[in-house]
Design a protein around this ligand. Structure first.
Ligand code: ASP
Length: 446
């Protein structure tokens, strides 16, 4: 039987009571053999995550040469977790002493931040009676900072095969110089995905404090429908546009291995959650739209030049200006004589927009150049859209009924999504209008 790899994070591991729930979940299914854990998250709103306290320790150690006050808060958190778990014989005090000493010696932000996962994994492994496997010994980065797959996957598989059950700290590994290196924030999701891929898991279960993905942001539409099944491609579109239950990079390792992900809720384990399927295993679900997501604050640079279509190298010259300034663009809708660039406004601050405009003018001599600011993008995503007639008519009718002025339209060539650009101020209205056009009316407006 292939194993299931689990990852627990956020408030699932915030205190001893929650960790006991996690242990019950793990023990209730013998396929759940390997678990990746995050650092303790927030216990209540306004609480500070252990990882944030650790970053604060690092800053204090570098600036003031001492972080003992903040470290004492971390000490308290882990000591009370051990007490709540009734692990009287577990010598957390010595492990914490050693950790504090190492933080002081190493003076590394990544090393310091990684200790939340390290300490939590040591405690949980002891509670479960499973083997603790340090991520530093199995997850390796290349010199350019990407995962060293050739080295990591066989080593993970070899080490885990020897264990009946193993707990691995998420969020970090070892760089090419042998030092601890972390992923970006929320990166334990990536560690879980790497482990699942390495052992060729049947499933990667990602346990959080929500029962999966919702069809749109619940801060905009009251109790939107849950997404039961979604493909990796749809998820990529939605999470890129702001639906963030899972770290956006975490889908790549499992996706390559055709391993499904299931999002589950630690506090409501009976809920079905959301199943994320690779293309090979995905079948159309019968719905036209799977989800709607979006982001505010984009800038559109609009260029017009007659006979643009016949001018060889036009787009390349425009794009090389962006490349020179290391700016990514999100979309590039074009017509015969027009081309627009959609760029996140945060990349253009500090006068860079004016510099770009000047350099673009010089590079391609457009007849006309115009800038639209404060634009929001809303993506409507679903495999069902490609085979269903009238989808875009329905979408644009909903926008016109809501009196929303559409500034830009981009339909990805896969017909997986339709993206509209609208004024920032129309963002919430737009999401609601699209949601109500494609989903049942049972959710109330906020
Ligand atoms: N603890 C890390 C963070 O807060 C990583 C994670 O939780 O996945 O970003």
């Amino acid at each position: 039987m292939k194993p299931i790899v689990c990852k627990f994070g956020g408030s699932s591991l915030a205190d001893g009571t929650n960790i006991l729930k996690v242990c019950d979940i793990l023990k209730s299914n013998p396929q759940r053999k390997y678990v990746v854990v995050s650092a303790p998250g927030k216990r209540f709103s306004g609480d500070i995550k252990v990882t944030d306290l650790l970053y604060q320790c690092f800053r204090e150690a570098t600036e003031k040469g001492d972080c003992s006050e903040t470290f004492s808060k971390i000490r308290k958190r882990f000591t009370s977790i051990v007490e709540e778990l009734g692990m009287n014989g577990f010598d957390i005090a010595s492990i914490l002493d050693e950790t504090e000493k190492q933080i002081d010696e190493q003076r590394s932000a990544d090393f310091t931040a990684s200790r939340g996962e390290y300490l939590n994994a040591r405690i949980i492994a002891a509670k479960l009676g499973w083997t603790f496997i340090d991520a530093k010994d199995i997850i390796f980065f290349k010199e350019n900072g990407t995962l060293d797959e050739a080295r990591s996957y066989p080593e993970i598989d070899r080490r885990l095969k020897e264990c009946a059950g193993a707990v691995i700290p998420g969020f970090y590994g070892t760089d090419s110089e042998g030092k601890i290196r972390t992923f970006s924030r929320g990166g334990s999701d990536i560690s879980g995905s790497i482990v699942a891929r390495a052992v060729n898991a049947e499933l990667y279960e990602n346990w959080t404090d929500v029962s999966g993905f919702l069809a749109c942001d619940p801060r905009i539409v009251n109790s939107p429908e849950k997404i039961e099944v979604i493909s990796f491609k749809e998820l990529r579109e939605l999470s890129y546009m702001g639906a963030n239950v899972l770290h956006a990079d975490s889908i790549f390792p499992v996706r390559k291995g055709d391993i499904p992900i299931k999002i589950k809720n630690t506090f409501r384990p009976e809920d079905a959650g959301t199943l994320i399927l690779p293309s090979k295993k995905y079948v159309l679900q019968g719905n036209i739209v799977t989800g709607i997501a979006g982001k505010k604050d984009f800038t559109v640079i609009f260029l017009e030049k007659s006979m643009m279509n016949g001018e060889i190298g036009f787009a390349r010259r425009v794009l090389s200006v962006l490349e020179k300034h290391k700016i990514c663009f999100e979309h590039m809708p074009s017509g015969i004589d027009t081309l627009s660039l959609v760029i996140e406004s945060r990349y253009l601050s500090g006068g860079l927009l004016d510099v770009l405009l000047e350099e673009i003018k010089e590079a391609v001599h457009p007849d006309y150049i115009r800038v639209l600011e404060n634009i929001a993008l809303v993506a409507t995503v679903g495999h069902g859209m490609a085979s269903s007639i009238g989808t875009s008519a329905k979408l644009f009718r909903a926008l016109s009924d809501a009196e929303i002025n559409v500034r830009l339209i981009d339909q990805g060539s896969s017909e997986l999504n339709i993206i509209v650009g609208i004024d920032n101020d129309d963002y919430e209205k737009c999401v609601r209008a699209i949601y109500h056009a494609f989903f049942s009316k049972k959710s109330e407006e906020k």
